[in-house]
Design a protein around this ligand. Structure first.
Ligand code: SF4
Ligand code: SF4
Length: 452
């Protein structure tokens, strides 16, 4: 099986090859200092908003639960710092609207060790007990989707999962946090994989890694050997050709197995569950320690950053603090959360790092001008966007319909719902038409009309 997908050459149809710009790929993960205050937004994922279980003025220790939920599609939150709760109420978020948040002032002299968690023995735990333990950690997909991990690993009653697919592609330019986690935390990753297999009932695991990260393959192979016997089944890592958007579930399954997930279906329809390397490595650390998620690895990079790198950042750290430490100029022209293809440009630095933030990219004005993306022009019907769309859509027509606000027609006749906002069409468009941005607006309008 090993290298079959690699030898297949073309991993999936269409897609693009943007410059990787992964300038932090060989830098070791470093820890960011603790900020004076953290702001934990309670709404960081789908599902009901968790409710605070602390009050203003209360002392909290790092790792202590601060927000609880009984909704299966939601997760609890834990104090990222030892300190005192200073405020509970609305604060700005990267998504735009102000959201209910808990602000904690860190004690300057505190050790900031995790003082709450109790090591737990899960060696005899069954699948549902492991899922409950994952829920207790407050884990969501650290690849950027921020979907609650226990829900993602829950197999529907009628379904059967045989394979856990681990996504180590990190195909977005600039981002290297998953790469560094694979190299430096490979043992934790294998531990997390074993929990994931027991939670889902999978009998084998395949870690898909793009071939621009051969050191990650070496590290994971060594960790699998160190782990010795794997009673749950076989775990192995495999290279796939580097190509964007390989990190999407559909593309990765196609690259590894040569099979297509049917439109409107999830990988579980083919007996697979896909999870990200960062998420599983974090579970490998947190579950045996009985701790909650209080920090994550974030790539802080871009031409506007003097000290780029992959940093361990406490959840809730203000972006302004992060960028000051990394040496980004105050007049940064554009800051993007996530990668340049699927990330989100933000208007204010007064928002916190949340569980789903994998990267912070900083561009100066001259960087944007050199990329000639400041002006847009009419569609010249060149067809480049159609050639690039991995879902086989017609972004040109969708873009024309979006300009006329024909949103229903986009959904009903041109499969807008199949667009997963990879940004390939926008990337190749010589007219600089912000296609994917238009599609996001169209989808949002359709969602709101459906809910009305
Ligand atoms: S239409 Fe959607 S799926 Fe297709 S290239 Fe554009 S953003 Fe990607
Ligand atoms: S790439 Fe841009 S200019 Fe070319 S057909 Fe698509 S939308 Fe039109």
């Amino acid at each position: 099986m090993k290298f079959i997908s690699y030898l297949r050459g073309e991993a999936f149809q269409r897609g693009v090859h943007p410059p990787s710009s992964k300038m932090t790929a060989q830098m070791k993960i470093r820890r960011l200092p603790f900020p004076p205050k953290v702001t934990v937004p309670l709404s960081q994922h789908i599902g009901k908003v968790p409710r605070p279980v602390v009050r203003v003025g209360q002392e909290v220790v790092r790792g202590q639960p601060i927000a609880h939920t009984e909704d299966w599609l939601s997760v609890p939150h834990h104090a990222p710092v030892t300190g005192v709760v200073e405020f509970i109420g609305l604060r700005p978020s990267a998504r735009g609207p102000w959201v209910e948040s808990i602000v904690i002032r860190a004690y300057p002299g505190a050790t900031q060790e995790d003082l709450w968690g109790q090591p737990r023995d899960l060696s005899t735990a069954n699948g549902s007990e492991i899922l409950q333990a994952i829920w207790d950690t407050g884990m969501v997909g650290l690849g950027g989707a921020a979907f609650p991990t226990h829900a993602k690993l829950t197999v529907p009653k009628q379904a059967h999962v045989h394979t856990l697919v681990v996504n180590g592609c990190e195909c977005e330019p600039y981002l290297t946090c998953d790469h560094r986690v694979m190299v430096e935390q490979a043992d934790d990753l294998v531990t997390g994989i074993r929990y994931g297999m027991r939670a889902t009932g999978a009998v084998r695991t395949i870690v898909g890694i793009e071939d621009n990260k051969p050191d990650a393959l070496v590290a994971i192979d060594a960790a699998i050997k160190r782990a010795g016997v794997v009673p749950e089944g076989e775990i192995h890592a495999e290279l796939v050709p580097t190509k964007y958007p390989q990190g999407s579930e559909k593309m990765l399954v196609m690259a590894l197995f040569g099979v297509e997930i049917p439109a409107g279906s999830l990988p579980v329809a083919l007996g697979m569950v896909v999870n990200n390397v960062g998420t599983l490595a974090a579970l490998g650390q947190l579950l045996p320690a009985g701790r909650g998620l209080t920090e994550r690895v974030v790539t802080i990079t871009g031409p506007g950053v003097a000290r780029p790198g992959d940093y361990i950042v406490p959840i809730g750290t203000p972006l302004r603090f992060v960028l000051d430490y990394a040496g980004a100029p105050a007049e940064s022209h554009q800051v993007i959360l996530g990668g340049p293809m699927m990330g989100q440009a933000i208007a204010s630095l007064d928002v916190p790092v949340t569980k789903g933030v994998s990267g912070v990219l900083v561009f100066r004005k001259e960087d944007m001008e050199s990329r000639e993306v400041l002006n847009t022009y009419p569609c010249i019907k060149c067809g480049e966007c159609v050639e690039s769309c991995p879902m086989g859509l017609n972004p040109s027509t969708l873009g024309l319909l979006a300009a006329k606000r024909e949103y229903e027609m986009m959904g009903d006749n041109f499969h807008l719902g199949e667009c997963f906002e990879c940004g390939c069409c926008t990337y190749v468009c010589p007219s600089n038409i912000p296609l994917v941005q238009q599609f996001r607006v169209a989808k949002q309008v359709l969602r709101e009309r459906a809910a009305a």
